[in-house]
Design a protein around this ligand. Sequence first.
Ligand code: GLU
Length: 503
Amino acid sequence: MRVRFAPSPSGHLHVGNARTALFNWLAARGTGGTLILRIEDTDVQRSTRESEAAIVRDLRWLGLDWDEGPDVGGSRGPYRQSERLHLYESYATELLSAGHAYRCFCSSAQLDADRQAALAEGRDARYPGTCRRLSIEQAAGRIAAGERPATRFRVPEHRDVVFEDVVRGAVRFQTDAIGDPVIVRADGHPAYNFAVVVDDALMEVTHVVRGEDHISNTPRQILLYEALGFTPPAFAHLALVLGPDHSPLSKRHGATSVAEFRSKGYLPEALVNYLALIGWSPGGPGGNEELLPIDELARRFSLDRVGLSAGVFDEEKLAWVNRHYLKMADPHRIAELSVPYFKEAGVELSPDARGVEFLASAMAMAISSVDRLDQVPARLALLFEYSPEATLGDAQVREEMRAEAARAVVRALAEELARAPRLDRERFRAAADAVRARTGHKGKALFHPIRVALTGRREGPELDLAIPAVDLGAELPRDAGVPPILGCRERAAAFVRALDQSG
Ligand code: GLU
């Protein structure tokens, strides 16, 4: 099996196209086939190298790779259409001399006028065939006189084009409904329908797996295969990914590009796993296994089990998948990936190995309760932001903490911690036990004031996780690239002072 992903480098990688790339990858990797990356950059107005680089970066970020492509080479290259113009030219010449194509001198103004007239009369707006009947001599004369024609493919009349789509079954088109398509524009650049056929044929693509927005192009392409004497590949048209209103997922639904989902804090393995589940199911023993690594997805994948409808892009489900992968991931990796989000939240981090080690250990209190990386800084904010004055600035907290029982707990805590070494989980439990013994308060009456005094917050991660993290952070050398963290002993003392000053 030889498949290809053929993006046009005129923007970001849309998640729908990423899914097409993924399905090609799964098909190739699951069968020991070959995946080709081909850059379809013949639209010179819209194509940029920046976009190509961004698409390649996003594909690689997703964990996809390819066997042939502009950046990895291969024996059927070049893999950028802009470097294959000579090939299109030679096949266009072949079609012209066989009478399968003809020169078209219609100006765009003329074509517009024809289209308007057709629409006004309720006719089909396809090309009316104005230049179809020009003789080769007439065309040559006009070219000699300086006109620059486009080249059009002569679509055979009164025929059915039928193909067996791997996903959709038999698909039938009548050629009389198809206007003669331009295959080479007047500026010498090939049109998509032509370049794609020449490339898929020369690159020996066996299966064209692409979005169903291309399905109406397929009969034109099949006719071009025939005219060029090539055997058409198998086609698999994937239903488009939809937004919540069931129209194709687009900007007005929110994030659409892989880059946006990356910056929102989704992990690549989560996005890949989720995209694979849109319109396909990996099956498995219970029939509904969903959370599987990409290699296992590839092992189970088969194009003929891809569903007819793709369904709605469901960000809540993506978040669910992401939570799974966040929990599975190495916390050191999560720590490093979180750094930009801390910066966005105003916490300047450039941790060295010790800083990363610390953040990784602190991740335990974040990972179980976040959907995305961008939510990590808020869960760890108690490390870097601590101000008893600010905490007691809240009337409700002030009232709670000035109650006699709470004051007693906080005072006893400060005294215990003044003598205690830095707290790990056991020492924290021992300190809490000592405070309980001294004050007689337990349960919420014990732990709520402790939480407020040591974290500055009424709610947050488990104290068993938060307290050791605070004291581990307090021990970090200043040059570890992590902002200073006030330890529990200092927090408790400061809290008592602030409480006393609050009246
Ligand atoms: N360049 C086309 C696109 O991005 C590729 C279509 C195809 O796979 O044939 O939509």
